[in-house]
Design a protein around this ligand. Sequence first.
Ligand code: DAH
Length: 381
Amino acid sequence: MMISSVHATLSLFRQSNNSLRSLKFCLPFSSSAASLSANNLSRKKSRQQPVLSALEYGGVKITRQDVVKDDDPTNNVPDNIFSKLGMQLHRRDQHPLGIIKNAIYDYFDTNYSNKFNKFDDLSPIVSLKQNFDDVLVPEDHVSRSYNDTYYIDPQTVLRCHTSAHQAELLRDGQTHFLVTGDVYRRDSIDSTHYPVFHQMEGFRVFVPDEWEASGMDGTSFAAEDLKKCLGGLARHLFGDVEMRWVDTYFPFTNPSFELEIYFKEKWLEVLGCGVTEQEILKRNGKSNNVAWAFGLGLERLAMVLFDIPDIRLFWSDDERFTSQFSKGQLGIKFKPFSKYPPCYKDISFWINESFTENNLCEVVRGVAGDLAEEDGTTTSP
Ligand code: DAH
């Protein structure tokens, strides 16, 4: 299961209940499901490191007690997940995720004269209704299970996609918007999976005049506009790449598509999108309109763009990672470094007249190989 955190950004909702996905997940989750008893949970939690006890989202304070409930068997949020809330990597301009977010903002600002409103600090704590019902996810869909989603209590979850905000923003009168945020899915961890990652949701509502003038029906008009918009975005980020559209299924769109780009000899799925189900528009006061929506995984885009080989690196505060990226710089290629933390040792020794630095370096390289670099030698009298 790949790039699934990355990939799951797109795949969690596209399969029906009896799909591949439930097969793929049954092994890792059968063991974690067993640990869901209150006893196991609190034992697991007590081993965790202490975490920050309060944080803020859009001015709203969130405390550990709001998210982690040690004695509540309906809560499956561990401390290490709580510790990720409030990190807001996508709001750091020097971080690869912030750099990608800003590059996408630039594309929309330039091509749609600042028409898209941007939200990037909506709280990841949402109701079951926001996360699932509002976007028509069926009652028996696998994504609602305790195995797949972090439940704070039976009615409240950590959002598993930014689509959770579509309905509230529509009701708020928004017609063009981008929502960026951290999303949470119970998943295994490896170089391409992590239970917390970042998505950007895009949404555009059309009025009848717009499609009527084209002579097309609303749905075809929106689908064509969507493909034009996202094809342009892929070129803005990746240059002149080969790309293809794949038909798929999401509960909230019809028709639904995925965009794949050809990168490093493979087709990579970079986003899911489609024409919004009329029912969503109707329920939120937009009966006479048509809309498109998309959801893209920022980690996936960043791994491709910056050559970042491991999704866990995004959480690193090791300077050897963070110092490689700068605000607004899309062309950087990540240079791998040792997985071990840097280890500084001062070594002093007496030298005689015949000492040269080259001799010393040769002795060191004889033992450590070519990776050893000169980093300045000082001599004291
Ligand atoms: N929410 C989907 C996911 O996380 C991604 C997505 C697909 C969002 C299609 C959309 C959409 O807005 O139209 O898997």
